[in-house]
Design a protein. Structure first.
Length: 165
């Protein structure tokens, strides 16, 4: 498979993963562009790997972690909406998903990556471990801690600003 064929076939999935990891569509575009540029320079070696897609996903996760480490890149979150939703309201469902996503964005990078790869990308623990370059036990530990943190933060009163976590 040529790099062009790979980029054409996988760019949408990589964008989705980057958007979920970074929480920002514009940053996700930058991440995917940077990762694909670096992958293009090494494509001869990457294409010979058994699973080149796992390697590119790992590059994307690492690029997101590197971006988050830069001190100048931190942004503050907006406070959550204090009003409760009406029953059977589509807007309320969207608001609830948005509130949950904001909670996911407060997780440490490795926990967030595990949650995104497991629940949004629907990958198994072994594949996630390969992408994150760790053991399956570490993946399970990160998932358990992330879910516990999300449950704890979700149980807090709605008037608490998200930036206070």
């Amino acid at each position: 498979m040529t790099f062009e064929e790979y980029a054409f076939a996988r760019s949408q999935a990589l964008m989705r993963l980057a958007r979920l990891l970074s929480g920002d569509e514009h940053r996700a575009e930058d991440l995917v562009q940077d990762v694909l540029a670096r992958a293009h320079a090494r494509w001869r070696r990457i294409s010979r790997m058994e699973q080149p897609d796992l390697y590119v996903r790992r590059m994307l996760v690492n690029a997101n972690h590197s971006w988050r480490r830069r001190l100048s890149s931190h942004e503050t979150s907006v406070a959550a909406v204090a009003e409760g939703p009406a029953l059977n309201d589509e807007a309320a469902e969207v608001a609830e998903r948005d509130a949950l996503w904001r909670l996911v964005c407060t997780l440490p990078p490795r926990q967030r990556a595990v949650i995104v790869l497991r629940y949004y990308e629907d990958l198994d623990d072994t594949t996630i471990a390969e992408i994150l370059n760790c053991t399956t036990g570490t993946v399970r530990t990160h998932a358990k801690r992330a879910l516990a943190a999300l449950r704890e933060r979700q149980d807090r009163p709605a008037a608490t600003p998200l930036g206070a976590f």
